[in-house]
Design a protein around this ligand. Structure first.
Ligand SMILES: [Fe+2]
Ligand SMILES: [Fe+2]
Length: 408
């Protein structure tokens, strides 16, 4: 039986509380736990954080009250399964929130490069940009402005990465160094774009590459309709929960089609991929049990972009740390994917993808070795960073870790 989460009397006295009507709800947008956790890294905020409990919206943390203690209270409360408590922010304050996130992300990228200078900075910057777009989609719905932003981020990434041999490995490795920086849809977008180049055409036209990047960004759009308690559930789903989870493909397709009809700059193929990315090559996926290639069987086959995104999606999910599983190193993720690949994926796409990841990891190792030998030319700022790292290695490591408690 589910316990009810009650609001303490002291909270009622301290905070402004509004009754949640459908009109009031429209003023807010939800904040993911991942992004909430970024706030441990900021010295102050210039927006309020709200928590929703049943039909009440509580202004729990105002800028003048910002403290780690209150952040921790929200964090702990939202992890309690019985709470069904979500974190919100006023829509009009969302740009300020994004600004804070972006500053933290830049700091994190800087830290990543300091910790492993062989990682590719361009990849990390394009990733950071995509990650912002992915969160806007997942947390804010698909407005015209969000779609424009997503389109721009996809185009920027394509421009930065199309000939970058280190993109795969940098992305595959970064999560081991800083799991909090990882963003599922952003990484699916990048992996899918690189894979498309390997499979469809090494000289993939820019427009096509940008569209595949958008397919990755939007593939899980429908997850905004799945409750937190199901999305973040540790352990296995009940049959009913699994059905709710599966429904994200239909929700996503519907939401995207509505946005397209309303004039958002998104191609219809993006909506098809949101619908088909859990279809499996031998027909055991959902929602329709499609099988094979749409190029060979237009009525029953799976769209080529969806077959690509399916592999990127599965690979990214394995790399990622979740409440129900640890993050896996790239080699282990590939090993696991290989087991189910012949049934799940189009091997004509999967095999070059695996070769691509392995080749890219080798390149990164090579770059590391060359850096150690001092054979790679470094810019002044990179030399400075290397010096700092060497100094750090000599000195104490104490006090290096952040102040944020871990989610699991
Ligand atoms: Fe999905
Ligand atoms: Fe996904």
């Amino acid at each position: 039986m589910t316990k009810k989460f009650t609001i303490k009397e002291s909270t009622r006295k301290r905070c402004k509380i509004v009754q949640l009507t459908p009109e009031v709800q429209l003023l807010f947008r939800p904040v993911s736990l991942e992004h909430f956790s970024y706030l441990w890294e900021v010295p102050s905020i210039d927006f309020s954080l709200y928590i929703r409990v049943d039909s009440e919206m509580i202004e729990y943390l105002r800028p003048q009250e910002f403290s780690c203690e209150l952040l921790e209270q929200i964090w702990m409360a939202s992890l309690k399964e019985e709470a069904a408590l979500d974190i919100f922010i006023l829509k009009k304050e969302f740009p300020r929130f994004l600004h804070s996130l972006s500053a933290v992300r830049q700091k994190k990228i800087q830290n990543l490069i300091e910790r492993d200078p062989s990682l590719d900075r361009k990849t990390l910057e394009a990733f950071s940009n995509l990650s912002e777009a992915s969160q806007m989609i997942l947390r804010g719905g698909i407005t015209h402005a969000v779609a424009e932003h997503a389109k721009g981020s996809a185009a920027f990434m394509v421009k930065q990465l199309m000939d970058n041999e280190l993109a795969m490995s940098t992305l595959s490795r970064m999560i081991q160094i800083d799991p909090t920086l990882y963003d599922h849809s952003a990484s699916v977008s990048m992996f899918a774009t690189i894979m498309a180049k390997q499979y469809i055409n090494r000289k993939l036209p820019l427009k096509e590459a940008e569209m595949i990047a958008q397919c990755g960004l939007y593939h899980d759009t429908g997850k905004s309709c799945v409750p937190h308690s199901v999305l973040n559930k540790p352990g296995s789903f009940t049959t009913e929960e699994y059905e709710i989870m599966k429904s994200h493909v239909d929700h996503g397709h519907r939401e995207l089609m509505e946005a397209i009809t309303a004039g958002a700059p998104i191609d219809e193929i993006v909506a098809i991929v949101a619908l088909e990315h859990h279809e499996r090559f031998e027909g055991h996926g959902y929602p329709k049990g499609k099988k094979g290639r749409a190029e060979e069987d237009p009525a029953n086959g799976i769209h080529v972009y969806a077959r690509i995104v399916a592999i990127a999606d599965a690979y990214s999910a394995l790399l990622m740390k979740r409440v129900y599983k640890p993050a896996l190193p790239a080699e282990k993720a590939i090993e696991l994917l290989r087991l189910s690949a012949p049934r799940d994926f189009d091997l004509q796409i999967f095999e070059p993808f695996v070769k691509g990841v392995e080749g890219s990891l080798l390149k990164l190792e090579e770059r590391k070795r060359e850096m150690d030998k001092g054979r790679i030319f470094l810019s002044d700022s990179e030399v400075k960073i290397m010096d700092q790292i060497k100094a750090q290695e000599k000195g104490s490591q104490a006090g290096e870790m952040g102040k944020r408690p871990k989610a699991s």
